[in-house]
Write a protein that binds this ligand. Structure first.
Ligand code: BDR
Ligand code: CA
Length: 321
């Protein structure tokens, strides 16, 4: 089984991504670490617990950073609700889940990540579905151990476009300094795959897909369908499409089945940490013009049908497709 830690800020799309990971028997999920992003740390932790509780409490939760890197260093008040109502008032589209508080551990996310890698050098994959704050703090604390990760898959960034303003993607915009720290420290030592808006934006689940989940996916399918009402309206405002992209789900399914990506490039990723108009923008040097080293593989195209089949089969069982 592949050993994996998932760092997350649920968030509806995180929640569905976590459910999918929990539904795949090939994974040994060692823990969920939580971070502030879509909502404040308290709520993202609560939501990670809710998902884990729903799946019989199989995974423990390790709370991490309650702010972006710079704000943490400056002791600023925690950022609470960066995405407004897109993820519903509770970050889960208002849907009720069971909740077992005992899954929350005292160990800080950063220490859990480092201890787990030390116990399993070269064997742990990290999937980051939120801002990279915990990962940057872990790099800062013990970069040698972080270099023993087997891989990192990060949902964030975009070669083109953005979903926070015209050029920045939310996770990387929330904490660009952490992105900078992680790619500079680990980019040449650990294989990093960036799943950005270039592919997640193509990965639309339309109303047929969502209704299929409700009709064929039992209780879980019904809950997922219900979680998406607010999100669907948001997608409609942005794309004029009735349906939704589930960004973090693309990262998890892509980690499980990299063949869904039909175009992947090695490139250099740099991030704008100061720009007046471009704050949080990822600058991807596909052609090596800057002379900077390749530090990322970036997925640029996806086989949508195969992606959808994997989503349905993983969540609801092979027979469904
Ligand atoms: C990313 O931002 C968050 O709102 C989502 O959970 C996802 O991780 C998409 O830009
Ligand atoms: Ca997320």
């Amino acid at each position: 089984k592949r050993k994996v830690i998932i760092d997350t800020d649920p968030g509806i799309d995180d929640a569905v991504a976590l459910m999918t990971a929990l539904s795949d028997p090939s994974l040994d999920i060692l823990g969920f670490t939580t971070v502030a992003g879509n909502k404040g740390l308290g709520m993202t932790t609560t939501n990670a617990v809710r998902v884990a509780t729903y799946f019989d409490g199989r995974v423990n939760i390790y709370p991490g950073a309650n702010n972006d890197y710079v704000s943490l260093k400056e002791n600023k008040p925690a950022r609470e609700n960066a995405t407004g109502e897109i993820h519903g008032s509770n970050g889960m589209g208002g849907v009720d889940f069971p909740y077992d508080e005992s899954l929350i551990q005292e160990t800080h996310a950063v220490d859990f990540i480092l201890d787990t890698i030390k116990a399993n050098p070269g064997e742990v994959d990290l999937i980051a579905l939120g801002p990279l704050t915990n990962i940057a703090l872990a790099v800062e604390k013990d970069v040698a151990t972080m270099k023993q990760l087997r891989s990192i898959t990060t949902m964030g960034g975009a070669a083109q476009g953005g979903n926070v303003g015209p050029v920045a993607e939310f996770n990387y915009w929330f904490d660009p300094v952490s992105v900078d720290i992680v790619f500079k420290a680990l980019g040449e030592a650990v294989p990093i795959t960036m799943i950005g808006l270039d592919v997640t934006g193509q990965s639309l689940l339309d109303m047929n897909d969502l209704e299929f989940m409700r009709l064929a996916g039992g209780e879980l399918g019904g809950m997922i369908r219900e979680m998406f009402d607010a999100y669907i309206l948001n997608a409609f405002k942005n794309e004029g499409t009735v349906g939704t992209v589930i960004h973090d789900l693309v990262a998890v399914v892509g980690y499980l089945h990299p063949e869904i990506f039909t175009e992947v490039y090695y490139a250099n990723l740099a991030i704008e940490t100061k720009g007046e108009y471009t704050y949080g923008q990822t600058v991807i040097d596909f052609d090596g013009r800057t002379g900077r080293p390749q530090n990322v593989s970036i997925a640029m195209d996806i086989d949508l049908l195969t992606y959808k089949e994997y989503v349905m089969a993983t969540l609801f069982g092979d027979d469904i497709c």
